[in-house]
Design a protein around this ligand. Sequence first.
Ligand SMILES: C[S@@+](CC[C@H](N)C(=O)[O-])C[C@H]1O[C@@H](n2cnc3c(N)ncnc32)[C@H](O)[C@@H]1O
Length: 289
Amino acid sequence: MKLAPETTRAEAFAQLRRAFTKARIDTPEIDARILLGEALGVAPIELTLRPETPLGAGPAERLNGFAARRLAREPVARILGFGEFWGLGFELSPDTLVPRPDTEAVVEAALAAARDPAAPLRILDLGTGSGCLLVALLHELPKAWGLGIDRSPGALVTARRNARRNGVGERVAFAAGDWASPLAGAFDLTVSNPPYIATAALERLSEEVRRHDPVAALDGGPDGLDAYRALLGEAHRLLAPGGTVVVEIGYDQEEAVARLAVATRLAVRRVARDLGGRPRAVVIGRREA
Ligand SMILES: C[S@@+](CC[C@H](N)C(=O)[O-])C[C@H]1O[C@@H](n2cnc3c(N)ncnc32)[C@H](O)[C@@H]1O
């Protein structure tokens, strides 16, 4: 597929949608619309209002590049270098996972656990990536302060930018580390969306994920549980009195993570489901004496 400068917006949209459908891309229409708008630098409504306008040379060249990348299974968010989470915008880099809508279940569960939203809560985000979990929570909890940890220095650069662009940069710090091992101190709320795919299952992920998300954000070790062992092993020591840990899990990890929590003197308080009805966020606290 090669779009010429004189191709109209409507025709370009139709050609992209056809090519994406033929390539079995999941959301051909949405992807075509977003990439067309981005190549032209216009809002989606403009595409509807002026469908007969020719693309022009620059946008046609950009759009051909975007289409080739999407047909090579690069996700739209990677092509744009930008994704949305919790209604906020997040820059992305090759070192950050694309934030997933299902991860919003962790934000919801954490907010429900934060009994007083006006309290000066101390929040810890382990494996912060783009910073999406921590930034969303600080956005909702105006008196809270947060620390985001990641092993990837590149991810931390992007997380800092995302905190600033979403207006919470003054209430957050980011640091490199191996989970919580370098930390002391007490946190009211610890959140984490750790890597939780079993190593052998990585090759069965879609090409979009396997080839474009950083492997460090996906690989949870032989049984997918390595990160939970490390995280929960440290959690007890870092929990403030009455504090809560909320971790994202894979669809079949509820029991295994509950067992790990119990083994580390913690207890599961509840399990929240995602939009698809699957167990997604495990809310954990200290076990009652
Ligand atoms: C699944 S991604 C989650 C990113 C982000 N919190 C989100 O929800 O989109 C997991 C993150 O954990 C980080 N990570 C992996 N191993 C780590 C470790 N040992 N210590 C700290 N962070 C680690 C990865 O670099 C990655 O950013």
